[in-house]
Every structure is written in C-alpha cells, then in structure tokens.
Design a protein around this ligand. Structure first.
Ligand code: ZN
Length: 217
C-alpha cells in the first residue's frame, strides 16, 4: 500500500466533491486507511484552501495571513475549531451514506458552529431582488467556516444527501463526493487518481491470470 501523498503540494488538489462541505471534509488524505494524513496543519493551510475553494480573493487571503500572524493564539483556536467541525461534517455525511443514525456528538459540534455562523447571515441587494450574504469583516479567519457550514447544513438536510458517495478505492482513500451522474455510477474521487489506479490493477490482474494458469498446469 502506497501511503505517500498524492500531490506534491498536499493542498494543491482538485476540488472533486461537487459540494463545498465535502471538499472540506476531504482535507484529510487516506481517511479510511489506518494512516490518515492531515492536510490542514497550519492556519496558512486553511487560508490557502479557502482561497483555492474560491471563498476569498487574494487580498482577503493576505489579510487573513497577516491577522493570523498578529494573533497566533486566536488563529490556532480557529484552526482547531475548523478541524473539529470538519470531522463532525465527515461523520454526519458518512452516517447518512451508511444509513446510520448520526452521532449526537457530531450533531452537537456541528450545530454549535452553525449557530455561530448563522448569526452572521444577512440579505443584500442582488441581481434579482435580494440574496443571502455574510456580515463579513474580511479579516477574521473564522469567516472561512461560515459558507462551509451553510453548504453542509443545506446538503445534509436536502434530498441530494442520498447522492453522497465515498471513493471505492481499496487502499482507504475515503474521500466523499456527490454522485451527480444520471445512472448513479460514479465510484471514484477522481478518475485520474484512484479510478485509473483501479483500472490499471484490473488490467494487470487480467493479463496475469492466464500466465498463472499455465504455471499451474
Ligand atoms: Zn479516491
């Protein structure tokens, strides 16, 4: 089993889940293996992820960096909350996927953060009438969590939750995604990653099988 990181830069990964909250849940590599790899190790990792997810622009990301450096203890506390609620989101999504009752602890953690996030919701003029937005100062790291929590609350309470899947990789990739294919056939986090590896493995087994038979004879 290869347990090396799949990408040179662990955060330079594709956003493959089709839903913000699931991409966030996937900030752990090899989740379903015995050796998961944390991708959000520092506050900078969290900001970088947020920027790549399109949650903040570059100037705001820079401001987050600066604020984290000015108040490292506060930033570390936000990172800890982010990782804790991420695990709750993963736990809730997995419970729905496996048709299990969600854990009370995951729900408690999630609802606590959701309450905080939703205190900052507001409506603003949009293209047509009004639209949802956030009461944001664009300087608190915590703001990155708000849209993720909204995404999770919406997905987990909608009918779309029935489309949540976990990568079928047998090494323990464990990433979650929404299967939006018409025939519900998506099995891999990414075809060019776990999917290709499984294909190559099946091919190898196929070309190997006849040889094994010859040796037996
Ligand atoms: Zn995978």
């Amino acid at each position: 089993m290869t347990m090396t990181r799949r990408y040179h830069d662990p955060l330079d990964k594709k956003f493959i889940a089709g839903e913000l909250c699931l991409d966030f849940a996937n900030t752990v590599d090899w989740r379903a293996s015995g050796a998961p790899v944390e991708l959000l190790k520092t506050c900078e990792d969290l900001v970088t992820w947020g920027r790549r997810a399109g949650l903040v622009d570059m100037p705001t990301a820079r401001r987050f960096f600066r604020e984290s450096q000015k108040r490292p203890d506060d930033a570390a506390a936000v990172l800890k909350r982010a990782v804790t609620v991420r695990e709750a989101i993963y736990g809730l999504a997995l419970a729905l996927l496996q048709l299990r009752r969600p854990s009370a602890k995951d729900l408690e953690i999630f609802n606590r953060e959701l309450r905080i996030a939703f205190q900052h919701r507001k409506v603003v003029p949009g293209h047509q009438g009004l639209s949802w937005n956030w009461d944001s100062r664009n300087r608190d790291l915590e703001e990155l969590l708000w849209p993720i929590l909204r995404s999770a609350a919406e997905l987990l309470t909608s009918e779309r939750h029935a489309r949540i899947r976990q990568c079928a990789d047998d090494r323990g990739c464990g990433w979650l995604f929404l299967d939006t294919t018409k025939n519900h056939s998506r099995r891999w986090c990414a075809m060019e990653d776990c999917g290709n590896r499984a294909k190559a493995r099946r091919h190898y087994q196929r070309i190997r099988a006849p040889k094994a038979k010859i040796t037996e004879d």
